[in-house]
Every structure is written in C-alpha cells, then in structure tokens.
Design a protein around this ligand. Sequence first.
Ligand SMILES: Cc1ncc(CN)c(N)n1
Length: 229
Amino acid sequence: MEEKSGMIGKWLKKHLHLYVAATRHNFVLSIRDGSVDLSNFKKWLAQDYIFVREFVPFVASVMIKASKTSDDKNDMEAILGGLTSLNDEIDWFKQEASKWSIPLSGTIVHKANENYCMFLSSLMLPEVEYAVAITAFWAIEAVYQESFAHCLEEDNKVSQELQETCKRWGNEKFGHYCRSLQNIANRCLEKAPDHVCARAEVAFQRVLEHEVEFWNMSHEGVGKSIDIV
Ligand SMILES: Cc1ncc(CN)c(N)n1
C-alpha cells in the first residue's frame, strides 16, 4: 500500500529542488565537512538568535489558531511543547554567544533576516488560516532538523566545538517532534478547501526560499542596519 505521505509528501516531491537547496546548503555542508569559516558561523549564530526571538510569538500565534480551530486537542499540546523548547533555545543561544564572545545586543539585523521575520509576522495575522500557519511552522522546524541531522550522519567531520549546535536540531527527539508537526499539518490540509491548500503550498515554498536566503547571509556582509536593543 502506498505510504500515506499526504499533501506534504506530495509537495516535498514537487518542490524537491527547493527543499534540497534549503536542507543541503553549502553553509550546512561546510559545517558537516569541518571546513566552515568560524566568522561565518558566528554571523549565522547572531542572526539566528534574532530570528528565534521573532519565531517565539509566531509559534504562540500558531498555538492560538490551534486552540481556536483544531478539532484535536493534541495539536495545542504539541505546539506548546515546541514553545517551551524555544525557552531553552534562547538560553542556549546566550550561552553559545558568550562562549564565542559574540555580543548579542546591538547586532545589526541582516536584510534576509528582516525579510524572514516580516514573513513570520504576515502569518500571524488572524485571517491566516490554521492549516497555512501550521504548514509553515512544520517547514521552518523541518529545515533545521534535516540540515543538522545531515551534519551528524556517518563520516561527518563536524569540529568538536560545533557538535553541540548540530545536536540541538539534529537529534532524534527533535526529529520526532517535526514528524508530529508534519502529521498535524497533513491532517489539517486533508480537510482544508483547495484555496487554503494552495495558500499553504505557497507558504511552504516561501519558508524554503527564506531559509536559503538565511543560510546565504552567513557569508555576506550585513545588510540594512536595525539595532536590536
Ligand atoms: C532561520 C531558522 N529556521 C528555523 C529554526 C528552527 N527553529 C531556526 N532556529 N532558525
């Protein structure tokens, strides 16, 4: 019997090129083969800290949508689990930043990061359907899980000091969490009208595009300056 991979399984095939661009980016491959330039890693870390702080209210908005519209109370609990792990994530970023002596306040927000955060804000609007928001939420988490799990595969050459970062998102528990989000999204998409599915597919593609731009940022100069206080 054909594995029930749902709408997302179909989109992963249809947009495979973009999905590979997001989950096998040169920056990620350079972490995996140990050739990453540490200054690029530090740029990425500082920008990702800014992103995660914007990601928290987005995840909260998905949880609110779930509590209002989902027919399954487990959805809200799964998303709540993600929200609490973001609490640890922010602490982890602060520890990592001090380990690398990266000043987190006063970081200049790169244009690609600003664009990604504006996209997150657009998905927080109440008129954005739950099926669209949960699909984007799954995609955002899945890109990091796939990228960093790849770094931890056999014969990787990740330097000792970057192992922690890869394990943060590449571990099996986070993989299980992403699969639970994928199942929630598929269940919503099965029931959603065509025009909502179409919007969710666009959101999926937009997430992948923003993730590629986010990885690209690690080896570019900083873009527009917005001080983070
Ligand atoms: C840009 C980005 N995308 C996804 C994740 C995983 N929450 C993250 N930390 N940063």
